[in-house]
Write a protein that binds this ligand. Structure first.
Ligand SMILES: Cc1cc2nc3c(=O)[nH]c(=O)nc-3n(C[C@H](O)[C@H](O)[C@H](O)COP(=O)(O)O)c2cc1C
Length: 318
């Protein structure tokens, strides 16, 4: 795919960016790439595979999707990367390593953003090498990308230097440390030394800036200012499903069309997971996105929050 600079990526968000929501976003205004929710390779290689693998469904996608994986055991990273490359797990343009999740349970288990700590660098290297091996061992090679933060306790550019030495195709940096969670504003200019390291160590790696970026227009300005190749938008999409449009029509979208969009989301969810593989309840949080900006929106949202099934929600929406 020929990418314009900057290119745009819909951020991976657990319990949000499944194939249904990725399709909703693509139909409003598509990103250049999307990323799945993070999926555990150890779970995929266990008896519980059938439950976990549902997160890697791509049946509704119309935009290239990258599979994001995390876990503990290098051999399992290799196995899953190979399955993604050879099409056993079909439909992906690449594989992404989650080295950025700050959740306590994950960090305690020395996974994801814990990898940024210097004492775990050997483990990180083993995971990267295993994933690369899997991703290049099938007849179809797929690119490896990495998503991380600025460091664990503090900004640590030796981490990004180490990652760039592994020559990933893309390196996305959520410009906060793990300790900062999402509690402080994103430090956009902190990406600049990483761009300089890229120029020196791995000129072919695309650098993607992530954190507090609300829409395409702002993304274009920030990419120019900080010299990055791509922009990743996460929570901005909760404010505007057209976040990837240059000129979003969202402010002028009528009450009827907003309700229609929520109905479409619920109906696609129901068609995609007919056996309840993914529950209805987490869907309700999307009401805040669609049902806003018109008189009576908060009352309607409240009614939706009290529904318990797809049928009830559709009835409330009329
Ligand atoms: C509900 C939610 C779920 C998330 N799940 C993931 C995930 O599965 N993998 C990941 O790398 N990041 C995850 N993130 C982090 C986002 O991808 C992104 O890095 C972060 O929200 C900052 O970007 P933003 O300010 O544009 O939202 C999640 C964020 C949110 C809000």
């Amino acid at each position: 795919m020929q990418l314009t600079k900057p290119f745009f990526v819909l951020a991976p968000m657990d319990d949000v960016t499944d194939t249904v929501f990725r399709r909703i976003v693509a139909d409003c205004a598509p990103a250049d790439y999307t990323v799945t929710e993070f999926v555990n390779v150890d779970g995929l290689c266990s008896r519980g595979r059938s439950k976990v693998i549902r997160k890697l469904g791509v049946e509704l996608d119309t935009t290239p999707v990258i599979a994001q994986i995390w876990g503990k055991t290098p051999e399992n990273f290799e196995t899953i990367a190979r399955e993604i490359a050879d099409g056993t797990i079909p439909g992906f343009a690449g594989v992404d390593l989650n080295f950025g999740c700050p959740e306590k349970s994950v960090v305690k288990n020395e996974c994801c953003s814990a990898m940024q700590q210097p004492e775990l660098r050997d483990k990180a290297l083993a995971i990267i090498q295993a994933t690369k091996k899997g991703a290049s061992s099938a007849s179809r090679r797929i690119p490896l990308s990495i998503k991380t933060r600025l460091g664990f306790d503090k900004i640590d550019y030796t981490w990004h230097e180490f990652l760039l030495e592994q020559k990933p195709a893309m390196l996305t940096v959520h410009v906060r440390t793990t300790r900062q969670m999402s509690k402080v504003p994103a430090q956009w200019s902190a990406i600049e030394p990483i761009v300089a390291l890229r120029d020196k160590i791995s000129p072919d790696t695309k650098i993607v800036l992530n954190g507090d970026i609300m829409n395409k227009k702002q993304g274009i300005e920030l990419a120019k200012k900080h010299g990055v190749d791509g922009i990743m938008i996460g929570r901005g999409i909760f404010h505007d499903p057209y976040a990837f449009a240059l000129e979003s029509p969202w402010a002028d979208v009528s009450r009827e069309d907003r309700i229609k969009l929520l109905k479409k989301h619920i109906e696609l969810h129901d068609q995609t997971y007919p056996d309840g593989e993914r529950p209805f309840s987490p869907l309700k949080k999307f009401a805040k996105l669609y049902i806003s900006g018109f008189p009576g929106a908060s009352e309607l949202r409240d009614k939706i929050m009290h529904t318990e099934t797809v049928a009830e929600a559709l009835e409330v929406l009329g």
